[in-house]
Structure formats: structure tokens, C-alpha cells
Design a protein around this ligand. Structure first.
Ligand code: UT7
Length: 334
């Protein structure tokens, strides 16, 4: 198997977290839980929650602005804008169009991509392929989620896990001088397991009624234990495949940015993939699981803190509802 054609690379990253934080102590007052349970079972201590009226798109636009500034790219140079999210401001029109207007990215072709927690990586690979086709040169790829309206704040099994936020990356052609850029990518899906993580009452199958709301079908439902096992297996397999495609091993990798669902999942991946703990960038303690925003926010933090440096080999691994999963291997060039 071959890796990607060289020269297509991430040239800037940005992220945004809403100001308000919700700590484990706050949650102890809302549901029957404890800081001890949440920290031991998940590693999460606090998460950010967007205000009423602050949608995923405003957060996405701010993350996008920061990524464009880091890349030194003007908004009107962007010719492709992809939003990976299952919580855009509205189902109609797409969130990407709203973000285009907020940024003034007038030339961009804009669309949303739904792949739950894998949405940023799927969007990144979609943008890479569209750039590789020669039709586009500069893409803004964003993972943004406002999960808080879709959480049952009386369900302790889910409400302690999630947070809101946005992360973005500028992806450009013609970066040969800056290393290999996006080297290899693996993605997978298994719709037979859709029922293990879903929002059963939202969408076109049923008209939304008071009954759905009373049954709490408008909130995220998850069979946590089952999801856990698949998450570890799929992220490890995808990571290994992306490395194999590039003829690399974990010894070649400097930083792994995994989906930030649970510290125990990250540790299981560390054990199975190999590689020392300090190679894994983890921020879930401060932000919880932000679904499609988790990896781009962590990636931006790792870049801005100096954890990821020019020339580093970086591996992203993701897993989410669908199920969907994937891995992207890249040489950091900026
Ligand atoms: O981002 C997309 C992918 N998502 C994931 O990858 C998440 C994967 N799953 C997980 O991270 C974990 O399964 C959870 C953190 C969701 C749950 O951890 P767990 O160790 O699998 O716990 P559990 O669901 O097996 O529950 C164990 C016990 C139960 O009590 P009983 O039945 O043993 O008496 C739960 O009712 O813990 C109870 N429990 C809680 N107790 C205190 C569940 N949530 C809480 C809570 N506080 N917040």
C-alpha cells in the first residue's frame, strides 16, 4: 500500500473554548456522582460549556480565524471550507455556509460532514483528496461541537463526559519545502453498531413531538462499555494501518493525538500501539469529550505549546458514533 502524494500539509491550527467551565464539583450538585468516580473512570475534571445563543458555528469561526492567522492566509484565499460536526447551528442551511459568512471567506465552497467524533479526521482527508485532485488549493477544515443542548443533564452516565469547543486547520497544496505533510490515512465505518451511540429522536424518521422530548430521545444515548471496547480496537488497528502504509513504526512517531473520550481508552491505546506515555497528547482532563472538536483542539494546543515541532511525525487516531474511526499520519512542517 502507498501513502499520500507529498506536498499537501497543515499550515496553521486554531482552537476556541467557551469561557464557562463546569467542574466535577458542579456536577456533584446536579446528579448522583462524585469527582472521585468521574476522575477514576474517565480522567475528566472539567469541561467548557457554551452560552445559550453561542452556537457551534461562532466557535468554529473563531477557531478558523486563529488557524488562518497562524497560517498567514487571508479568509478570501480559502477555496474550500469543511465543517465536521453533528451539532451545527441548524440543519438548514449547512454550518459551513454560516461560518463562511462570519469569516468573509467569499470564494470558498462550503459543506458539512457528519461522522460524529471522527468528523475532523474525515473532513481533513476529504479536503486532502479534493486538493490532490487539483481543483482546490487552500482548505479550512474545522471540527466544532456544541454538545451541551443534546445532553440529558439528569443522566449521570453521559452528562459528565462531554464539553463544547472548536478546532481548525488550514490545509494547503504546494508545501513540498516543509516536509512530507499528510503522509497516510485510514478510515472505516460500521453502521451495524449505530444503536450503541446515537440520538434516537432527532432527524427525518419521525416528526419531533412532545413525546420524544418526554422520553429524552433528543439526547445522546450511549452503551458506554460496548463503545469503549470498539473504540480501543478500532483506533489501534487504524493507527497500525496508517503506520504500515507509510512503512513506519511507533518508534518513528513523535506525538500521538488521540480522540479524547476517556483516559482509560488513551492508556489502552498506549499499551497496544506501543510508544511511551509522553508521546500522547491528552487534554481531556480540562475539556472532556468534545466529539469532532476533540482532536483539532488537542492538535492546536500541542502545536502552540511546543509539544509538536517542525519535522515531527504526528499520528491522529479517532473513533465515534456510526461507528466511524480513522487515523492520519503526517510530518509537521510549520
Ligand atoms: O466519543 C465517542 C466514543 N465514546 C467513548 O469512547 C466512550 C466510551 N465509554 C466510556 O468511556 C466508559 O464506558 C464510561 C466512562 C462511559 C463509563 O465507564 P464504565 O467504567 O464503563 O462504567 P459503567 O458504564 O460500566 O458503569 C459502572 C457503574 C454503574 O453502576 P452499577 O450498575 O455498577 O451499580 C453505573 O450506574 O457506575 C455507575 N455510573 C456512575 N456512578 C457515578 C455511571 N455513571 C456514573 C457517574 N457517577 N457519573
Amino acid at each position: 500500500m502507498k501513502g499520500n502524494r507529498p506536498g499537501i500539509a497543515i499550515t496553521g491550527t486554531g482552537s476556541y473554548l467557551p469561557k464557562r467551565t463546569l467542574t466535577n464539583a458542579d456536577l456533584e450538585k446536579m446528579v448522583e456522582t462524585s469527582d472521585e468516580w468521574i476522575v477514576t473512570r474517565t480522567g475528566i475534571r472539567e469541561r467548557h460549556i457554551a452560552e445559550e445563543g453561542e452556537g457551534a458555528c461562532a466557535m468554529a469561526a473563531e477557531a478558523g480565524r486563529r488557524a488562518l492567522a497562524q497560517a498567514g492566509v487571508a479568509a478570501d484565499e480559502v477555496d474550500l471550507l469543511v465543517l465536521g460536526s453533528f451539532t451545527p447551528d441548524f440543519y438548514l442551511p449547512s454550518g459551513a455556509c454560516l461560518i463562511q459568512d462570519m469569516l468573509g471567506a467569499k470564494r470558498a465552497v462550503c459543506f458539512d460532514l457528519a461522522a460524529a467524533c471522527s468528523a475532523f479526521l474525515f473532513s481533513l482527508e476529504t479536503a486532502r483528496c479534493m486538493i490532490e485532485s487539483g481543483a482546490y488549493r487552500t482548505a479550512l477544515v474545522i471540527g466544532a461541537e456544541k454538545l451541551s443542548p443534546f445532553i440529558d443533564w439528569e443522566d449521570r452516565a453521559t452528562c459528565v463526559l462531554f464539553g463544547d469547543g472548536a478546532g481548525a486547520a488550514v490545509v494547503q497544496a504546494g508545501q513540498e519545502a516543509h516536509g512530507r505533510g499528510l503522509i497516510s490515512n485510514v478510515m472505516g465505518s460500521d453502521g451495524s453498531l449505530a444503536h450503541l451511540l446515537n440520538i434516537p429522536g432527532m432527524g427525518s424518521r419521525h416528526r419531533l413531538t412532545a413525546e420524544h422530548i418526554a422520553r429524552k430521545d433528543v439526547y445522546v444515548k450511549m452503551a458506554g462499555n460496548e463503545v469503549f471496547k470498539h473504540a480501543v480496537r478500532c483506533m489501534c488497528d487504524a493507527g497500525k494501518q496508517a503506520l504500515d502504509m507509510a512503512g513506519m513504526t511507533m518508534d518513528d512517531v513523535n506525538v500521538v493525538v488521540p480522540h479524547q473520550a476517556n483516559m482509560r481508552i488513551v492508556q489502552a491505546i498506549e499499551n497496544r500501539l506501543g510508544g511511551s506515555e509522553d508521546k500522547f497528547y491528552v487534554n481531556l482532563e480540562r475539556v472532556g469529550n468534545m466529539s469532532g472538536a476533540s482532536v483539532p483542539v488537542a492538535l492546536d494546543e500541542a502545536v502552540r505549546s511546543g509539544k509538536i515541532k517542525k519535522g515531527d511525525i504526528v499520528l491522529l487516531v479517532v473513533f465515534g458514533a456510526g461507528f466511524t474511526w480513522g487515523a492520519s499520519l503526517m510530518e509537521w512542517g510549520c
